[in-house]
Write a protein that binds this ligand. Structure first.
Ligand code: CO8
Length: 293
């Protein structure tokens, strides 16, 4: 049930035409359209779904600055491609989604070099992606790896996945959203314990506390995430983007402000062809055909 290593490789390039070119860099692989799940007919690539793979298996997919920059660039390119409707991010190999930021690269840094380099800008770019992002997590999602999974909109986790923010054991603390997103996801008391001790939690514990969308058998992780992405890709794209933005707003705003903005977004969708089509299809008892307008 492992995916073929010979699958088409592109970097920060999108569209079926681009999918035939070889990767200019090995750190991030983009497959768009994503290959069909192993259980499906091999010819049936998933329309509208992209699979993005972090490619540093020898370092458990540690997030070097160059990898993060490539990842942000690849996601932005997919986000700007009207043919792309949902993105799955995973790690290469079966040991890790990502075991954190690259500690060897972080070791010589100072407060000044981190500030001046602007290297953390990639995290802000990833947070601005409008398409739904699904993390398919096998093995370790630690430190920046856990933060990257949490920066995605949904997490499909293998039974052998583990999540944690072990930065405290390196003399630092989470720096790419861990204190904020983990606290919002699992609550203050649990986030405190995990972040202040550096303990990792199992997929079952992460599921119990609401960090992840679902647990699946390890070999089926990417396929389960792709199938979820394909179901979202079949939905009206303007409504999907508007709903994602409104849900993320719930973490940014007061309830009153969020409700007001939700109403504006909801009303706005009534000026789209997809709303007319979706409601006409319901009353005419047929399947809607989304135009994305
Ligand atoms: N950085 C660099 N290399 C790594 C990392 C990492 N985070 N994790 C693993 N590796 C490398 C190892 O050095 C090793 O390489 P080599 O074979 O050349 O020695 C290889 O991957 C395999 O790792 P191990 O031999 O250690 O494998 P084990 O199965 O024994 O252990 C662990 C697996 C438990 C995951 C272990 O590798 C580990 O503890 N890794 C570090 C986890 C960690 O502390 N992560 C947090 C890093 S700090 C961070 O993420 C801060 C985020 C801030 C924002 C992001 C800014 C970019």
């Amino acid at each position: 049930m492992t995916r073929s290593p010979s699958s088409t490789s592109v970097t920060a390039a999108t569209g079926p035409a681009a999918a035939s070119s070889e990767a200019a860099s090995p750190l991030v692989r983009v497959e768009f359209p994503a290959p069909a799940p192993v259980s499906a007919a091999p010819a049936n690539d998933l329309p509208g779904v992209a699979l993005v793979t972090l490619q540093r298996p020898e370092a458990l997919n540690a997030l070097s600055f160059a990898l993060l920059d490539e990842l942000a660039m690849a996601l932005e390119a997919l986000d700007g491609d009207p043919a792309c409707r949902a993105i799955v991010i995973t790690g290469s190999g079966d040991r890790a989604f990502a075991a954190g930021a690259d500690i060897r690269e972080l070791e010589p840094q100072t407060s000044a070099t981190l500030t001046e380099s602007g290297a953390f800008g990639a995290w802000d770019r990833i947070a601005k992606i409008g398409l739904p992002l699904i993390a398919a997590v096998r093995g370790f999602a630690l430190g920046g790896g856990c933060e990257l999974a949490m920066a995605c909109d949904m997490i499909v986790a293998a039974e052998d996945a583990s999540f944690g923010q072990p930065e405290i054991r390196l003399g630092v603390m989470p720096g790419a959203g861990g204190t904020q997103r983990l606290t919002r996801a699992i609550g203050k008391a649990r986030a405190m314990e995990l972040i202040l001790t550096g303990r990792t939690m199992s997929a079952v514990e992460a599921d119990t506390h609401g960090l992840i969308t679902r647990i699946v058998p390890a070999p089926a992780t990417v396929d389960a995430a792709l199938e979820l992405a394909a179901r979202i890709a079949a939905m009206p794209p303007l409504a999907v983007r508007a709903a994602k933005a409104a849900i993320l707003d719930a973490e940014e705003r007061s309830l009153g402000d969020g409700l007001a903005r939700e109403r504006v977004a909801f009303f706005g969708l009534f000026d789209t062809d997809d709303q007319a089509e979706g409601m006409a299809a319901f009353t005419q008892k047929r399947t809607p055909a989304w135009s994305g307008r």
